[in-house]
Write a new protein. Structure first.
Length: 475
């Protein structure tokens, strides 16, 4: 493990450990996942390989998003099948330290995924990284390991994607996998378990939770398969639920300045005009069960949605789909609804029919979460289709296609009246963040982009497949 002692940075760079310098971007999608800079510092209208580049450094592979805390940038990387948390100097991109997370074996991940895909979190006191292959690792700001909690690999051939959160003295982690899903709160300094609640009804999901103040109570909002659940921060007790949402949830919620909660959910096969439907188990097995064991092996499953999702339906990874597993997924297919909901505060129990102020079910993204700017929600769908919705009503203000027409995994981020979009193919698009949005610029960075950028004090940090860029207006 290569490591530059942080004490040396104190001398060379002239700043103390833990010193703050303006705005932070402390977790996935920034402060409480809002994906929006709170600084008034100007940001560039145009970004590109040679446009407004303050600095650029090479990085090992990984698709975790950069975060900014105090004088440091944190992210995770994978190098030669080894996993690392990395700290960089915010001003220059210079590496300060890296700390290895030992593992016994790497988990399976999606073909476009990474073993370094969950985003770390920091609060000016500690930094926490999560790797599905080996668990949680918490460090001080100099890279000293404070504690670790071994976990994983999980039963999920797409890998672990949801990111941890720091809330006061608590570290929150939600992990939804094909079995043994959970939400837990730990003491950030010691790793002591404060509470853990099972989420066994929820198969794989990737949304990072959001904190919500509901009538003076801080709650952890977690969207999952078929329903959204809020848990009490102090105890983990379920506070409310909303039913009738998507099959798999990748997007993360956002909270508006008036306390309205916006929760987007979408997965293939649950749009009104394009739904997955499968026959009951008895009808399928009558023709397919060639060995007569009352279960379905991969070579027995007919071509179609069941075969495409065999590993998801086989939740215990036994190599066969049982009647219970089959009927559970058939119910999910039947009940799933692709929808974004707006939720007003004040609800308890089942609030599906009482506190959802609007629903929207068209042109929803699969992975990138919307960003709320000045009362309007901006979202980008694969193909570069951008929608802007009035956050008060859910009604579209403008929909159209931008120059970057590839798939999108990085979430939009906003600052200084702009929305920044980055496609999987490295297409960068800058929009004016107005209801009738317009394209200010477009460029090609030449490398794949999967990570959501960070913004802090007029600087935009963008991770590509092999580099980290810092974009800023010339001083």
């Amino acid at each position: 493990m290569r490591r530059i002692v942080l004490a040396l940075a104190v001398v060379l760079l002239g700043w103390p450990i833990g010193a703050g310098r303006g705005e932070d971007w402390p977790q996935f999608r920034g402060l409480n996942g809002c994906a929006r800079s709170t600084s008034s510092a100007p940001l560039p209208d145009e970004v590109g390989p040679e446009k407004n580049v303050a600095w650029k450094i090479e990085l090992p592979p990984g698709i975790s998003s950069p975060i900014v805390s105090g004088q440091q940038i944190f992210l995770t990387t994978e190098r030669d099948e080894r996993l690392f948390t990395v700290a960089l100097d915010r001003a220059t991109g210079r590496m300060l330290w890296e700390a290895e997370a030992p593992h016994q074996g790497l988990e399976k991940v999606h073909t476009i995924g990474s073993h370094a895909q969950s985003t770390p979190t920091a609060d000016g006191d500690v930094v926490a990284s999560f790797f599905g292959s080996c668990g949680l690792f918490v460090y001080d700001l100099g890279g000293k390991l404070l504690w670790k909690l071994p976990m994983g690999p999980f039963k999920n051939d797409f890998g672990a994607g949801s990111s941890p959160l720091l809330v006061g003295e608590r570290l929150i982690l939600c992990q939804d996998h094909d079995t043994d899903s959970f939400l837990m709160a730990l003491d950030k300094r010691t790793g002591q378990m404060l509470w853990r609640v099972g989420r066994d009804e929820f198969p794989r999901g990737y949304a990072t939770p959001v904190l919500w103040n509901n009538d003076g109570h801080t709650q952890i909002v977690v969207p999952g398969t078929l329903r959204i659940v809020a848990y009490d921060l102090e105890t983990g007790a379920e506070a409310w639920t909303i039913t009738g949402v998507a099959r798999i949830v990748n997007m993360s919620p956002s909270v508006g300045p008036d306390g309205t909660l916006f929760i987007p959910t979408w997965s293939p096969g649950a749009d009104q005009e394009d739904r997955i439907h499968v026959e009951p188990f008895e009808a399928t097995i009558a023709d397919a069960d060639r060995n007569g064991n009352q279960a379905l092996e991969l070579d027995e499953v007919p071509d179609g949605p069941l075969k495409q999702r065999f590993d998801q339906i086989d939740r215990d990874k036994s190599g066969q789909i049982t009647q219970v597993e089959y009927e559970s997924m058939r119910r999910v297919f039947d009940e799933a609804k692709n929808v974004m909901v707006a939720v007003r505060p004040g609800g308890h129990g089942d609030i599906t029919d009482t506190h959802v102020t609007w629903r929207y079910d068209r042109m929803l993204p699969y992975v990138p979460s919307p960003v709320l700017v000045d009362g309007y929600l901006f979202m980008v769908k694969n193909g570069g289709i951008v929608s802007c919705l009035d956050a008060a009503t859910g009604k579209p203000a403008k929909q159209g296609r931008v120059s970057g027409t590839a798939n999108y995994y990085a979430s939009p981020v906003s600052g200084d009246g702009k929305v920044y979009l980055f496609s999987e193919r490295g297409e960068a698009t800058v929009l004016a963040a107005v209801p009738k949005w317009r394209e200010l610029s477009t460029a090609q960075l030449g490398e794949s982009i999967m990570a959501t950028p960070a913004i802090a004090d007029g600087r935009l940090y963008v991770r590509t497949a092999g580099h980290l860029y810092c974009f800023a207006r010339p001083e």
